[in-house]
Design a protein around this ligand. Structure first.
Ligand code: HEM
Length: 513
């Protein structure tokens, strides 16, 4: 860095703002050349125009004009922290992923987020909350891109853009509108379980530290012998799960979640989570009354085993370079962890890396936050903002001049498929039962908050038909839940029960048992 102990004061610069004594860094242009005047544009005389030849002014404004990259299309508002994951159990019988070797430590970067509103929206708004973890393992990066809630609204990636459009602000008025999103959800009965979660107080966490995190989908785990099982992951907060009643959340400061995380880390009150895993084998599936790869369902009753713990202990030095430019993708997996056939997960395998090539650029994974902690060796090259320093002239494979190996233990598992290719809904959709289990597990106070939160939005829907159909879904989850909601949103219970009967007649397969 160029410094000057006694740089002369430029015209117009107040001498009083200079620190006393010591070397003061010289202000430079992006090309490193010193700047002689940072207050006055080059102008033609006292009353004349500014000149195009003032390339420093143009550079300064042009860089400013380009400070914003596109924000994430969802999960735009987020907060990041760095830390460490330690594997605490031997699960080599389940997965050969090296990060799970008992005692092994892998650095992590976590980004917590809310989903629907923009980058600068208030943190108290009701939403699912993102809990995305990037594990910098010695076999490359594994991203577990989850939410605080264990299920999701829809079960097929085909519906994701429609769902998000309905929840985002109206393209005409630019306001979020329950008339639109309940219009969508009234034709999406599989959302009943997730809506019950979101409108419970889980939708307004007290702190990011007091949220659990869920991978939501099933993943395939593969051991060193090539044997496979299916698994779901969950972060369990050692701080406990604490939420705000909806009425309290609205009174919180705009940035209370970020403030809480950053200030507790600054006080060295480092938050910690246990990583838990549930395991099922294909032989277990027949006994289920739901599809094990349906992300609108939890694997209720399947035991959790603790396999590791994570502590977050550092706020990144630069918000934009770490938190904004972080690129989490469910497709970032390591040997021993593979996708399951979950139709949402399969869509996500494409969508994240695709949006990041657009949002950040082709070299997004070369940025410090995204860069693996192992050396990357491949033939991808060039593109905007490339600084790879590549000097080899062998940018192809295979080559005897500069051989690269492809180890057998990195080959993905092979599996048989015997199916008819078709675009069809899943069998065993069982859309309502788990929402009823959740409702009945709540305390009386939590039930009352749920009814208040949900009716607050559903009650704004003008269409009686939409309100009736929505209530008929909650009624099928639990009769009392539906009856209380019907009253709260002013729908006659007889109409709700008519809608239930119509639904049951149209979907006999769901009621076969
Ligand atoms: C962010 C798409 C379902 C959790 C995103 C982003 C996209 C996206 C495009 C922005 C990524 C970026 O700009 O870096 C989709 C699609 C889905 C889907 C197409 C369904 C097919 C889900 C589900 C979960 C989830 C089921 C929870 C398990 C997240 C999280 C982020 C995110 C946590 C923010 C990651 C971060 O902090 O950068 N999603 N998503 N998404 N999504 Fe999804």
């Amino acid at each position: 860095m160029t410094t000057s102990a006694a740089a002369p004061t430029a015209p117009g610069e107040a001498p009083g703002i200079r620190p006393e004594g010591g070397a003061v860094p010289v202000l430079t242009r992006d090309n490193g050349a010193p700047v002689g005047d940072n207050r006055n544009s080059k102008a033609a005389g006292d009353l004349g125009p500014v000149l195009l030849e003032d390339s420093y002014l143009i550079e300064k404004l042009a860089r400013f004009d380009r400070e914003r990259t596109p924000e994430r299309v969802v999960h735009a508002r987020g907060t990041g922290a760095l830390g460490m994951f330690r594997a605490t159990a031997d699960i080599s019988d389940l997965s050969r992923a090296s990060l799970f070797q008992q005692g092994k430590e892998s650095p992590v970067f976590v980004r917590f987020s809310s989903v629907i509103h923009g980058k600068d929206s208030p943190e108290w708004m009701r939403d699912p909350h993102g809990f995305a973890t990037k594990f910098y393992t010695d076999q490359g990066n594994w991203d577990l891109v989850g939410n605080n809630l264990p299920v999701f609204f829809i079960r097929d990636a085909m519906q994701f853009p429609d769902m998000v459009h309905s929840l985002k602000p109206d393209p005409v008025t630019n306001r979020q509108d329950p008339n639109r999103f309940f219009d969508f959800f009234s034709a999406t009965p599989e959302s009943t379980n997730m809506l019950t979660h979101v409108y419970s107080n889980l939708g307004t966490p007290a702190s990011y530290r007091t949220m659990d995190g869920n991978g939501v989908h099933a993943f395939k785990l593969v051991n060193a012998q090539g044997e496979t099982v299916f698994a779901k992951f969950r972060w369990v907060s050692r701080q406990g799960v604490h939420n705000l009643a909806g009425s309290k959340a609205g009174a919180m400061p705009f940035d209370y979640l970020t403030h809480d995380l950053y200030s507790e880390i600054a006080k060295r009150n480092y938050p910690t989570w246990d990583l838990m895993v549930q395991v099922m084998r294909p032989a277990d599936f027949a006994a289920l009354d739901y599809n094990p790869f349906d992300d609108t369902k939890e694997w209720l009753g399947v035991p959790f085993k603790k396999i590791g713990e994570m502590t977050l202990n550092k706020v990144p030095d630069n918000f934009f370079e770490w938190t904004e430019q972080s690129a989490f993708a469910p497709s970032n997996m390591v040997p021993g962890i593979e996708p399951s056939p979950d139709r949402m997960l399969q869509g996500r395998l494409f969508s994240y890396a695709d949006t990041q090539r657009y949002r950040i650029g082709a070299n997004a994974l070369a940025l410090p936050v995204n860069k693996p902690r192992v050396t990357v060796v491949n033939n991808s090259q060039d593109g905007q903002l490339n600084a790879s320093g590549r000097s080899s002239n062998v940018n192809y494979f295979p080559s005897a001049l500069a051989p690269k190996t492809t180890p057998a233990d990195a080959i993905a598992s092979s599996y048989k498929i015997d199916a008819t290719v078709a675009a069809r809904p899943i069998a065993k959709s069982n859309n309502f039962a788990q929402a009823g289990v959740l409702y009945r597990s709540m305390s009386a106070a939590d039930k009352a908050d749920l009814i208040q939160n949900l009716s607050g939005d559903l009650g704004k829907v003008e269409s009686l038909r939409t309100r009736t159909i929505m209530v008929s879904y909650f009624r099928q989850a639990d009769a009392e839940y539906g009856a209380r909601l019907a009253k709260a949103v002013n729908v006659p219970l007889a109409e709700v029960d008519k809608a239930v009967a119509e639904y049951r007649a149209a979907h006999p397969e769901q009621y076969a048992n």
